[in-house]
Design a protein around this ligand. Structure first.
Ligand code: SAM
Length: 633
């Protein structure tokens, strides 16, 4: 047995192009061939000539006119979406709340990286996405991804990068690429986000009139026009802005797409007492309360022009002029027999249909206009932040949690579902989920965008927006719990189980050294900062989460740290995975670990006391726990 048999983990994000080729190969195996890349390596590639033949006449090529959304930079944006990265998520216990037990996740970093890192673990797992991206008003900042491609080129072109590598650039509408820049920013992110949605999942995107039209078209392309659910009009404020030049904008849009409209089912809104009060029972019908509904059809149909006789009084009723009855004669006769037609308590009124409360839908179908009285407005969003953070009013655009709660309802979110918000801002989505009547969990992503040194937030000690978001969620969680306990008859046990914690992760370079660096890329002091192939400043917990990501294991699973023979071992979700990143591992230790029969086991490639131990690891597991999948990093 050779040591090569222990499989080494890859630890980069998925190679999206390879995955696309694999998908095509499944449909058209003959069209996938092998070619050589610039390094002379054999790679799989598409034979477009053959693929073309599969579609015979249904191909659009060259300058032919076609209906599509295009902008300068679109191709590059697609490449951006498909380029794998070798970054990782580093856990940060100090900034987390209930790190070991919470199922909520807060990721600090650029959401493009975050979405790539989450691709394997959360593929088809997210029930609802809500995002509130920069609206491209000309004053807000958008993230410039092109910068990653070539630092010098970008520095020269923009002159906007500061010494800390901040990549935010303002996008004034005097910039010729105004809409294109914004679309190029959104395109790769939405494409990656779609992969994460479950088949019955749904996405809501807040936007105003600056980019509403472009966003709708972009989503048509990414999610498919057929999956468009609606464009919700949210009444964001009440009082008009009288200094507005033309119209005072009092609404915003929330564009809403299903991942697959056939599998998505709408959540109904709870029936209000007011709506229920309209149901009465004047004739003591044993089927319970009912309300009457008009039987007249406002259109003439000769077939339905007949007279209906009141069984109690014998009085006959014909439809009003130009109208007819809404049901055929035989149907009405049957309904009269079943006491489903109402002629008033004295039997002399125009007939109407009795609609029983227990037969109507248990909820109300959501409408497309969302009023501030029902879901809150921007004022409410700001006021809530103020309650938690005082004058840290960096979030002019914070959304009221009630607005997001309405989305949870119409998405039919259930216990255990995961909600993603990758433009988290002040964390309103986290608050909405904590206060909603469901045990759903969240993944939030927020860039550590620097606070302006003159801002109240900076003066209050917050260096960047991610710090504000985390503090808001901490304080909101605490307050929600306190408020709940103050309520009379509060379900103390229920609130104890409410998850107000979150695991913080920060996006950073990989824990591993890129051993494929060309000689001219290495620096003399570089190897001082390494232990084996792992960077010196990385902890065992850092390595653990990189492994979880690579193996596609849920990042919110419970983790227990145990000591076996003086070595720290992490057990994830009981026995789902055991990881030890210590050095000097010997056979006795491996045997004890194998006795625990984990489903997966992972070690450091250079963690074994000798080559002999490394060679024997597989044999030991084969004997004691043959089902264990073993890997090294
Ligand atoms: C309009 S705000 C969201 C407000 C949020 N809905 C709330 O209620 O507070 C947009 C947020 O996205 C963040 N952002 C912008 N580009 C980002 C990126 N590339 N990655 C992660 N966050 C980003 C901004 O820092 C900002 O906080």
């Amino acid at each position: 047995m050779s040591e090569q048999t222990l499989e080494k983990m890859d630890l980069t994000t998925p190679a999206f192009v390879d995955e696309n080729i694999a998908k095509l190969a499944e449909l058209f195996p003959a069209c996938v061939t092998e070619s050589k890349n610039d390094k002379g390596e054999i790679v799989r590639a598409i034979d477009f000539d053959l693929l073309r033949q599969e579609f015979s006449d249904n191909i659009v090529e060259g300058p032919q006119e076609r209906y599509s959304l295009n902008w300068p930079g679109k191709r590059k944006a697609l490449v951006t979406a498909n380029t794998p990265i070798s970054k990782t998520l580093r856990p940060c216990r100090d900034e987390s709340v209930d790190f070991d037990t919470t199922k909520n996740i807060f990721i600090e970093g650029d959401n493009l990286d975050a979405l790539k890192l989450l691709q394997e673990t959360y593929l088809n797992k997210i029930k609802m996405i809500y995002i509130d991206p920069p609206y491209n008003t000309g004053n807000d900042f958008i993230y410039n991804d092109t910068f990653t491609a070539d630092k010098d080129e970008y520095d020269e072109a923009s002159g906007q990068r500061d010494e800390d590598g901040s990549r935010l650039v303002s996008n004034p509408d005097s910039n010729g690429r105004y809409h294109s820049d914004w679309l190029s920013m959104m395109y790769p992110r939405l494409k990656l986000a779609r992969n994460l949605l479950r088949e019955n999942g749904v996405i809501f995107i807040s936007i105003d009139d600056n980019e509403q039209a472009s966003l709708k078209r972009l989503c048509d392309e990414i999610f498919g026009e057929l999956n468009f659910l609606t464009n919700i009009i949210w009444q964001k404020k009440y009082a008009p802005q009288n200094d507005a030049k033309y119209f005072s904008a009092s609404h915003e849009h929330i564009i809403c797409f299903a991942k697959n409209i056939e599998t998505f089912s709408i959540g109904l809104l709870p029936r209000t007492n007011e709506a229920n009060k309209r149901y009465k029972n004047p004739d003591n019908d044993p089927r319970g309360s009912w309300k009457s509904s008009d039987l007249t059809r406002q259109e003439y149909r000769p077939r339905d022009d007949y007279s209906i006789t009141s069984p109690k009084t014998g009085k006959k009723f014909s439809p009003p002029d130009g109208c007819s009855w809404g049901r055929p004669k035989e149907k009405i006769e049957e309904m009269i027999k079943e006491n489903r037609i109402w002629f008033g308590s004295d039997g002399n009124n125009v007939p109407s249909i009795k609609r029983f409360l227990k037969e109507v839908k248990q909820g109300i179908t959501p409408q497309t206009i969302w009023e501030r009285k029902d879901v809150g407005d921007t004022q409410e969003g700001k006021k809530i932040i103020k309650e938690y953070l005082g004058n840290v009013s960096i979030f002019e655009t914070a959304k009221p949690p009630r607005l997001i709660q309405r989305q949870l309802l119409v998405s039919d979110v259930k216990d255990g579902d995961i909600i993603l918000d990758f433009f988290a801002g002040s964390g309103s989505t986290a608050e909405a989920i904590m206060t909603a009547n469901t045990k759903a969990n969240y993944i939030l992503v927020q860039l550590p965008e620097k606070c302006d040194e003159k801002s109240e937030a900076f003066k209050a000690g917050y260096k960047n927006i991610a710090e504000i978001s985390k503090e808001r969620i901490r304080r909101a969680g605490k307050k929600i719990k306190e408020d709940f306990l103050k309520k009379e008859g509060a379900d103390k046990e229920g609130i104890e189980n409410l998850d107000i914690g979150f695991r913080v992760f920060k996006i950073d370079s990989s824990n591993m050294v890129d051993v494929t660096l060309a000689p001219d890329e290495t620096k003399p002091d570089m190897f001082d900062s390494l232990v084996g192939n792992i960077k010196k400043d990385r902890s065992a917990e850092d390595l653990l989460f990189q492994v979880l990501l690579d193996w596609g294991v849920d990042l919110s699973l419970p983790i227990i740290r145990e000591d076996i023979d003086g070595h720290a071992v992490f057990f994830v979700d009981g026995n789902a995975l055991a990881a030890c990143f210590d050095e000097g591992i010997n056979e006795d230790f491996v045997k004890k670990l194998a006795d625990k029969q984990p489903l997966r086991a992972v070690f450091r490639d250079d963690g074994f006391a000798s080559d002999a131990v490394k060679i024997n690891v597989e044999q030991i597991f084969k004997l004691k726990s043959p089902a264990t999948d073993i890997k090294v990093i």
